[in-house]
Structures are given as C-alpha cells and as structure tokens.
Design a protein around this ligand. Sequence first.
Ligand SMILES: O=C(O)CCC(=O)C(=O)O
Length: 270
Amino acid sequence: MRGVMNKDVLTKDVRDLVQAYNTDGVVVVRNVLTAYWLEALRHAVDHELQKGRRYFANRNMRMEGGVFLDFCLNSGIGRIAADLANARCSSLIFDHIFAKEAGTKTRTGWHTDQPYWPISGPIMTTWIALDPVDDDNGALEFIPGSHAWGKKYRPFKTGKNGEFLEYFKLDDPQYSDMPDFEAERERHTMVSWDLQPGDLLAFDGFMVHSAKGNRTSTRPRRGYAIRFATEGATYQPDQGVAEWLEDETLQPGDAFASVKFPLVYQADLL
Ligand SMILES: O=C(O)CCC(=O)C(=O)O
C-alpha cells in the first residue's frame, strides 16, 4: 500500500456549507478528491466489481485494507465530515461501494439510514461520485429538511439493487411507517444534483433520500460512501437492525468510537 503524501490530503474548506448542512441536512461539495484519490478509488472499486458482488454486498470495504482503508483513515475525509457537522471529531462507522452499472434500472427506494444502525446522535454520509452522475444514470434525490422532522421510519429489507422487499420491526412503536414519497412527489420539495467525478454529497442519517435507476446502456454510476458518527453520537444497541454494527466493547450510551469504529479525526485540544 502506498503511504498518503501531503499533496494527497484533502484540503477542502467547507465552512461556508455548515449552515446549509444544518438546515437542509444535505449539501453538495464540489471537487473534493485529488487526482490521486479519484484514480485510486476508481481502480479499487473496479477491482471489487470484477468479483461479481453487487450493491449492498460491497460494504465494509476498508476491512479488506488497501486503498479503502487508507482513504477512510488518512485522506482527510474525516476532517471534512467533522467540519461540515461543525463537530470536533468524527469516527468511522463503515464504508460502502454503490455501483449502479449501465442498465441497472431499479430505483433505490426512499429511505433513511439511521434507523438501521445502533447509533443515536449525529451521523453523516459522505457519498463521493467516481463517475459523472445525473438523472439518467442514477442521481440521488433528497427531501431537504426531512432530517429534522423527528421521524424514525421503519427499516426495510432490500433486494440486490436496493429495491423494497419487506419491513423489519413491524411491532416496534418507536418506528413509524414511511409515506410513499414517490407517489406524493408533488407534495414535497425534492432536490438532486448532477455530479462530476470527485464531487461529494454529505447528508444526515435521518435524511429521506433515494436514488434513480441507471437508464443508460453505456454509463456506469460508481459511488463510494463513507458513514461517520460525529461529536455527540452514542452507541445504542437497542436500536437498529444491523447486527454487524454491534460492538461488545461499547456500553449503551458510550461515545461512538472504538477499535472497530476508529476515531478518524479529532480537533487539536486547546
Ligand atoms: O447510491 C445509491 O444508489 C444509494 C445510496 C444511499 O442510499 C446511501 O448512501 O444511503
């Protein structure tokens, strides 16, 4: 593995986006990756896709070491997440390749992420475009402000391309049913952005979002998402459905950081 050189550390100043992230729960940050990281991540993603696994199977890539681990821990992406959240630290929850190859027509249904995970408090996904992304090849869509509705929508099981299969936790009163946002599009403001390779979407764990299918026959849509817990996030194993995110070294209510979920960034203490 090649060590990270200073010129490869991401230096994007995102202070002017903090307010928008707080209000809307989602922002686009342009041109975040350096040429080195864009090339390295594309290459690493292609290598994984050649193994034939698709979509939800391609998570926790950093546990295989190499470029993904190096990027998560050493690229400076953790500082960008902390800065956007106006937080003094960030720890890594997991990373995830989201590749919608040409002809993957399935739409990823509307959902929120945090109800799946055993974590309370602020969570952010940084979703990085490795290809040009637009409406035709699978742009993500968001309902700005939905992160602040105070709703915990029931998690559901999805198929290999992110399509709805069935609900979890049907009898658990802490969750409410998710409205059919697709059917009521005209009642909501929905936003999406065309992205260039190296642009990044940052969104809150309770953000209502979805992704279009890839209607093209030639243009892949490779994305790489890293999930961070930021200052104030705590471990809550009575929540969520992702047993693979449980950590026996943490007690309920502990700050969300451990060997399994490493602190990636911590501001200098004064
Ligand atoms: O990239 C996609 O298709 C969906 C991404 C998503 O839903 C997520 O990152 O939570």
